[in-house]
Design a protein around this ligand. Structure first.
Ligand code: CAO
Length: 552
């Protein structure tokens, strides 16, 4: 395995350009031609591809660095014998990036302008690239067009560029639309213009060209021809071109794939440039309902936008700092993931909660004596382990509580895997104990304490958090009386448990002190009805008050 230094290839006339994006990190496996970094001048941005496939061993540049031709971008451990030595690690012509130059204006063919004053505008030489996609159209019939005014933006997977007009005049007809693929020489538009202006335009180089624009047309360098070359930026840094957002080609492609309207994304990068993180953050905000696109707002019923299409009034936007000092902290990954799941489950499930109390006086006495007997084993039994066993018995008696909705069908599961909510420093997690019907209370206790520890240490694997058929959320060790837990979809019910307390219970003759356990059963009303839920709770209460019933 050879180490190969990947260098910045010939990027045209530019001395130094700034690194504005790192697209890979150490340890990543990169393919040949995969973009590594984005660089930007004051007029153009482009991605620098890798000349070699392999594993990134070292990054030699960081954001803000200035690089030029020959600067080492990173070191790759090249895959296989094909690794090029460092000295020749420059991209071969076939994969060279775009040169930072603008295309010459769309050049009218020699015969133009036509006698009628109509001028055909064609796609100029844009290098070796074929079938590049039109991603933006800036003009419409009737517009008065100046020489060098951008007509459309085309984009390959590595660069985007604007095609300027070679002539001034009034746009009579546009021959392309967004999504069309164009090639050199294709007719773009027909202008009605003056011969004098047209002639001047053909003769004059593009004032806005970053590098020698005519080179791209007449005597292009190997590099200029190698990519969609030339790549004047679709959007010049620091200022949006024709009101369009400033983002690199890969970010624009990413946004298009997600259907994100880039013009609505606020760029947090240097000079307001939109980064991939900005597009992701925008997507998350839309998905969570914290914001909405203009299209969503337009579709919302009169009198109210927002609310994830529910027609709710918008989420309040408050400048908290106006009222006192604040500190803003990003939520952790687990909280963000569980938050999105909880929101979906809360919004999509018609959930009802039944509250009840179970007399666990005798069970608690049994639990305490069991723990004394097992003191040496190191396994401590808490009420939750008994609850899991009791729930399995209730789930077997009322199987719809152990089912899931699948379209219009119910899937009944003949296994009883119980999830339990665990409070961890990173947020709520739900480890799953499998086959609880086949395990005793001691084994369940042991597995529960192992899984809870793993959850708190952030070491739970995906397999340990999936497959539950029913979940218990116990706040018994903390306190409280009742609460309304949210169902963990695609399950259809969840049991919330709070702290048991001694209460006076009337036995028909007198009040007796009994240890009562508050239960809160939340259920999906599409699958379960209130009577079934009341029966489930009552049955659970019977088992907990006399645990021998588990055996029946
Ligand atoms: N009533 C009274 N005491 C209870 C009790 C109950 N219902 N449940 C537990 N206790 C006691 C235990 O016996 C233990 O007492 P000792 O310290 O004297 O032995 C103490 O409370 C602490 O128990 P625990 O919390 O360590 O153990 P557990 O098996 O009850 O729960 C676990 C384990 C992982 C579920 C728990 O630690 C946890 O994380 N709970 C939070 C779950 C949560 O956040 N739910 C809300 C989710 S939002 O829907």
């Amino acid at each position: 395995m050879a180490l190969v230094e990947v260098q910045v290839p010939d990027i045209g006339d530019f001395d130094e350009v700034a690194v504005i994006e790192l697209l890979v990190k150490v340890g990543d496996t990169v393919k040949a031609e995969q973009s590594l970094i984005t660089v930007e001048s004051d007029k153009a941005s482009m991605e620098i591809p890798s000349s070699t496939a392999g594993v990134v061993k070292e990054l030699r540049v960081k954001l803000g660095d200035k690089v030029k031709q020959g600067s080492v971008v990173l070191v790759v451990e090249a895959a296989g014998a094909a690794a090029a030595p460092a000295a020749v690690a420059l991209a071969p012509a076939g994969v060279a990036p775009a040169a930072l130059a603008a295309p010459a204006p769309a050049v009218a063919p020699a015969a133009a302008p036509a006698a009628s004053g109509l001028i055909d505008i064609h796609v100029p030489d844009i290098g070796d690239f074929k079938d590049v996609a039109v991603i933006e159209v800036f003009v419409k019939p009737g517009d008065t067009i100046k020489v060098e005014q951008s007509l459309i933006t085309v984009e390959s997977d590595k660069a985007s560029m604007e095609i300027p007009s070679s002539h001034a005049g009034v746009l009579k007809e546009l021959k392309v639309k967004v999504g069309d693929k164009v090639n050199i020489g294709d007719l773009l538009a027909i202008l009605e213009g003056s011969v004098a202006v047209a002639a001047a335009a053909v003769a004059a180089p593009v004032a806005a060209s970053v590098a020698a624009a005519p080179a791209a047309v007449s005597a292009p360098t190997a590099v200029a021809l190698a990519a969609i070359a030339v790549a004047a930026p679709a959007h010049a840094p620091g200022a949006s071109t024709q009101g369009l957002p400033h983002a690199s080609p890969s970010v624009r492609k990413f946004a298009r794939e997600l259907g994100v309207p880039l013009e609505e994304v606020k760029g947090q990068g240097p000079k307001g440039r939109i980064t991939q993180d900005d597009v992701q953050a925008f997507t998350k905000a839309v998905m969570s309902g914290a914001t909405q696109t203009k299209a969503q707002a337009a579709k919302a019923p009169a009198g109210g936008g927002d609310g994830a299409g529910l027609g709710l009034i918008p989420w309040p936007k408050v400048d908290f700092a106006k009222f006192g000092p604040i500190e803003r902290k990003e939520m952790g990954r687990i909280k963000k993931i569980s938050g999105a799941n909880l929101l979906r489950n809360a919004v999509m499930i018609p959930a009802v909660t039944n509250h009840d109390d179970a007399d666990i006086t005798d069970l608690e006495a049994f639990r305490v004596s069991t723990n004394k007997e097992n003191e040496k084993s190191g396994v401590k039994v808490t009420m939750l382990a008994f609850l899991i066993k009791a729930c399995v018995a209730a789930l077997k008696k009322y199987p719809e509580f152990n089912s899931s909705l699948d379209g219009d069908a119910l899937v009944y599961k003949n296994y009883w895997h119980i999830g339990f909510a665990a409070d961890t420093p990173n947020g709520l997690m739900v480890p799953v104990i499998r086959d609880c019907d086949k395990k005793g209370v001691l084994q369940i206790s042991q597995e529960m304490s192992e899984l809870a520890k793993k959850a708190r240490d952030g070491k739970l694997g995906p397999a340990e958090m999936t497959g539950a058929t029913f979940t218990i959320s116990s706040l018994g060790g903390i306190g409280g009386k009742y609460f309304t837990p949210i169902i963990n979809a695609p399950e259809v019910a969840i049991l919330g448990v709070c702290k048991s307390t001694m209460e006076p219970v009337w036995d028909g003759k007198a009040f007796q002190p009994r240890l009562m356990l508050p239960l809160s059963l939340t259920w999906d009303h599409r699958v379960i009805d209130g009577a079934a839920a009341a029966r489930f709770n009552a049955f659970l209460g019977q088992i907990l008050s006399d645990f021998r019933r588990v055996l029946l």
